[in-house]
Write a protein that binds this ligand. Structure first.
Ligand code: FAD
Length: 419
């Protein structure tokens, strides 16, 4: 019996959907990728991806392009609202650490992935196709989409849902259930273009977090010369977009150095997001798998959102490779579910929660109150320990080839596959 996968369908051409499409195409499996949008989503969101994501981006053959188009991280720190440095690490860039953070805004990352995906003739992308429902049996999955008023269906051996935090596929499987909680704060993500000298004058680092109950934020340089900074700051959850826009200039004046007023910078993008910690009750149901924000969401402090989604993809592609090559049974997708949810709760949820709560502390007392900051202050005393700390480790990958459960055996000089 042939184990080969004939086709995989993907819902959602965000960064996770595009990346899994590339990796599946590299296995020689055709993909159909559908997305409700007219093209790549350009809203400002993620920009920094940790070592677990970097490994998967390398496997997809896109890491060098990302590094060439992005910027390198050399410093990071925590500050008080006055701008005063609390602690941080300086001059830690090390080209020889090949798993170091990759920095490229998510919209640019998605465009780059989309361009790469076009190289695979067996990958087809269908924009303006709104997922509306699914059915599955022991052999295949069929999804329905709505395209310009017409219903269009796609049938495949497996479905990967990468349709983001409001996933329709997840709702088709579990209704409105998405266990977790919503924070009482929201975050406003802005792109602010400033003269390079404005930040250099104040010696600001590539990325910093401001610790303050009112003005907590994360600020990261995402483009150089002229500089574009991603300033993502907290606001009370009940404010609507009009109220948020009215407060934006005041927030930026307090957060950015030198009390800049709207004429001193260009506000290129402005997007409010709810802050939530949630994980689907299962990431596999039969032949349907969830990945990225469709499966789990977290607050963005520390950059665990997309990094976790990309790590899902590394594990999932191991599973598809095993099935396609006759080395793993479909049961491996249940292992995918278990191991990825475990990573969500033990790493993604735990660390992103600690990272956010740290920012709510009073800046004057943060170092005294927070053991995480104390560890950084300790590491910063010595350039060797500082560099080691800076080189965050891969804490989200799971190598699923360890669960391949069909062993190849030699028969008459040829390789056969047996359970
Ligand atoms: C302010 C902010 C900063 C962040 N910073 C970081 C960071 O530094 N590092 C990091 O790792 N993460 C970060 N994140 C998180 C990161 O942006 C997300 O985890 C990531 O974008 C999720 O990617 P995705 O592909 O899973 O989903 P999405 O990017 O949401 O893509 C989902 C796709 O599915 C499509 N879709 C939705 N519904 C349908 C439907 N019914 N039919 C067809 N298609 C559909 C959408 O059009 C979209 O293209 C940040 C998030 C925010 C809000």
């Amino acid at each position: 019996m042939s184990h080969e996968i004939n086709k995989i369908a993907i819902v959602g051409a965000g960064p996770v959907g595009l990346l899994v499409a590339i990796l599946i195409s590299r296995l020689g499996i055709p993909v159909d990728l559908v997305d409700v949008g007219e093209g790549v989503d350009m809203r400002p969101r993620g920009a920094a991806y940790g070592p677990s994501a970097v490994r998967v981006l390398r496997r997809a053959g896109v890491l060098d392009q990302i590094r060439a188009n992005g910027i390198e991280l050399n410093h990071f720190c925590w500050r008080k609202v006055s701008g005063e440095w609390i602690t941080g690490l300086k001059d830690c860039f090390d080209e020889t650490y090949t798993d170091r953070f990759a920095i490229l805004p998510v919209d640019k990352l998605s465009m780059l992935l989309y361009e790469n995906l076009k190289k695979y003739p067996t990958a087809k992308v269908y924009w303006e196709h709104n997922f509306t429902g699914l059915t599955q049996d022991a052999e295949q999955v069929t999804i329905s989409t709505e395209h310009k008023g017409q219903t269009k269906t796609f049938t495949a051996d497996f479905l990967v849902a990468c349709d983001g935090g409001r996933s329709g596929v997840r709702r088709a499987l579990f209704g409105r259930r998405f266990p977790g909680h919503t924070w009482e704060h929201q975050i406003v993500a802005t792109n602010v273009r400033v003269e390079t000298t404005m930040m250099e004058k104040y010696g600001w680092s590539d990325i910093f977090w401001m610790i303050d109950p009112e003005y907590w934020c994360v600020v990261a340089k995402i483009e150089a010369s002229p500089d574009v900074w991603r300033v993502s700051y907290g606001e009370p959850g009940h404010l609507d977009e009009k109220e948020l826009r009215a407060r934006c200039a005041g927030k930026l004046a307090k957060i950015l150095p030198g009390d800049p007023q709207p004429g001193d910078y260009e506000l290129e993008r402005f997007s409010p997001f709810k802050l939530q910690q949630r994980c689907a009750e299962k990431m596999t149901v039969g032949r349907v798998t969830l990945a990225g924000d469709a499966a789990h969401i977290c607050n963005p402090i520390g950059g665990y959102g997309l990094t976790s989604g990309i790590a899902d993809i590394g594990s999932l592609v191991d599973c598809f490779q095993g099935i396609h090559e006759g080395r793993a049974s479909i049961n491996i997708l249940n292992k995918y579910d278990q191991s990825r949810r475990e990573k969500y709760y033990t790493v993604t949820d735990a660390l992103s929660t600690a990272n956010l709560k740290r920012l709510f502390l009073p800046g004057d007392d943060a170092l005294m109150l927070d053991p995480g900051l104390q560890q950084i202050a300790e590491a910063a005393r010595n350039p060797v320990t500082a560099k080691a700390y800076f080189q965050a480790s891969d804490n989200l990958s799971v190598d699923m080839t360890q669960f391949w459960d069909i062993k190849p055996i030699q028969e008459n000089g040829t390789t056969a596959i047996h359970a």
